[in-house]
Ligand binder design. Structure first.
Ligand SMILES: Cc1cc2nc3c(=O)[nH]c(=O)nc-3n(C[C@H](O)[C@H](O)[C@H](O)COP(=O)(O)O)c2cc1C
Length: 214
């Protein structure tokens, strides 16, 4: 979201809810190394499906990450989290000054320890079962982060000191209790909530989720 979209969303959230929410942004990748020959090949490849891809399509500019961070500090939520990287130390210091807790999303013990070393107040342990994207940022050996919640959660809880939020494949009370038994302090549900009216997805998708498991 652009900064003004963050302001508007927070205003609406505060007006229409119990005012407990967190904000999360994606940590930007470093500037890509451009290879114009390769880009031309990719454009030609994609163009086979009917829509011509112009060279200007590669010129989109990413969101201004610093402006997003300033907007999040200005609205001062209780929690800010991140995915796919780590907040720079000066931003962490500004969060701490304002009493904002920050939760780090991680998918391996190594990432969890890195987040704790960067003084995260909480760890969101995101297992391989999650729907949608995952927040992995250690890309050296991605297979090491393809771990199920039952194995990942106790390992992360044992390795670190801060509270752990378990997420991945939890959609009912049994899953929540299992995660708490394995050491989680809280759980986060994603796919299960896609079926709520508030998620606003079209009903054929919502009902397909309900029959996804054979
Ligand atoms: C549609 C959708 C999009 C998501 N996008 C992201 C994302 O961009 N980054 C991320 O770290 N997690 C993302 N998630 C994962 C959630 O934050 C959460 O960790 C996950 O959905 C929990 O697992 P569950 O879907 O099995 O309940 C997404 C989940 C869904 C369902």
């Amino acid at each position: 979201m652009q900064p003004e979209q963050i302001f508007n969303w927070v205003q609406e959230m505060r007006a229409r809810s119990n005012r407990v929410f967190q904000l999360k942004v994606r940590i930007p990748d470093s500037e890509p190394v451009r290879d114009l020959n390769h880009e031309a090949k990719v454009r030609a490849f994609l163009g086979q499906w009917g829509l011509e891809v112009s060279s200007e399509d590669a010129e989109g500019s990413p969101l201004n990450f610093d402006a997003q961070c300033d907007a999040m500090l200005a609205v001062c939520p209780r929690v800010i989290s991140y995915i796919m990287g780590a907040y720079p130390a000066p931003f962490v210091a500004r969060m701490k000054e304002r009493g904002i807790k920050w939760f780090a999303t991680m998918t391996s013990v190594k990432e969890a320890l890195a987040a704790e070393a960067a003084s995260a107040d909480g760890i969101i342990a995101q297992s391989v079962e999650v729907g949608g994207h995952r927040g992995s940022f250690e890309t050296e050996d991605i297979s090491r982060s393809l771990v199920g919640l039952f194995a990942l959660l106790p390992a992360v809880v044992d390795a670190g000191k801060v509270p752990v939020v378990a997420t991945g494949g939890i959609a009912d009370a049994r899953g929540m209790v299992a995660a708490l038994v394995l050491g989680a302090s809280a759980v986060q549900i994603g796919t299960g909530l896609l079926r709520t009216p508030e998620a606003g997805i079209v009903s054929p998708w919502a009902s397909t989720i309900g029959t996804a498991l054979p």
